[in-house]
Ligand binder design. Structure first.
Ligand code: BEZ
Length: 213
């Protein structure tokens, strides 16, 4: 199934390291990051799961639940979790789906047969509190993802939802942002951006990040 930004993230039920998991029920009205791993007991995946666990306080701060997926057996996940703890210095602190029957991998189009017909690629889905897909990333199996970039996108999406701003190239938390082009009412702009804004072009209006002092 081919999924797009703006689609409702399909619901599913699958076994995980924290028991049987129903995606929408488990997620509730949080944000979620769902990401796939090509295979258990592989080096890149091991480092990624360590880093995602280390960053749990950052995900919690943003009301984001993290959910990993690998197409291996639950018993293997349990054995692999011990290796992750031992080698990455942090225990796995979010559920890892045991997608042995590939139900979720197929539903989310995580298997790209011309790359490999059994393992998943490294997919990332960011899903919002309304269960809408807000980001889709696809990385090759041999390239570990940048979880700080995933947090950066979540910050950007939350700024858009809460403050009607977009984030420019290479934006990082605290930098100036852009008033969304759809906002045209001058009185509303003045009300929403009391720190002021600079009109570089009618379509490019820069303002200090609204949720910073
Ligand atoms: C890894 O996770 O380390 C990996 C998986 C597949 C291909 C290459 C590396």
């Amino acid at each position: 199934m081919s999924l797009h930004i703006g689609d409702i993230a399909p619901d599913f039920q699958q076994d995980s390291t924290e028991g049987s998991l129903s995606f929408h029920k488990w997620k509730g009205n949080s944000w979620a990051v769902l990401f796939s791993h090509p295979k258990n007991f592989t080096p890149v995946c091991t480092t990624e799961l360590g880093e995602a666990s280390r960053l749990k306080p950052e995900f919690d701060k943003r009301n984001v639940k993290v959910l990993g997926l690998s197409v291996d057996k639950l018993e293997d996940h349990d054995r692999w979790s011990k290796d992750i703890h031992e080698t990455q210095g942090t225990a796995l602190n979010f559920p890892l789906l045991a997608d042995e029957d590939k139900k979720v991998s197929k539903l989310y189009d995580m298997i790209h047969p011309n790359a490999n017909d059994t393992m998943t690629v490294r997919s990332v889905f960011i899903v919002d509190p309304n269960n809408k897909i807000r980001l889709i990333l696809t990385y090759p199996a041999s390239t570990g993802r940048n979880f700080l970039e995933i947090l950066r996108v979540i910050d950007s999406l939350q700024l858009t939802d809460n403050h009607k701003v977009a984030t420019p190239v290479n934006w990082k938390d605290g930098d100036d942002v852009i008033i969304v082009p759809s906002l045209q009412d001058k009185a509303e702009i003045d009300r929403l951006f009391p720190k002021g804004y600079k009109t570089v072009k009618p379509y490019l209006r820069i303002t200090p990040q609204p949720n910073k002092k």
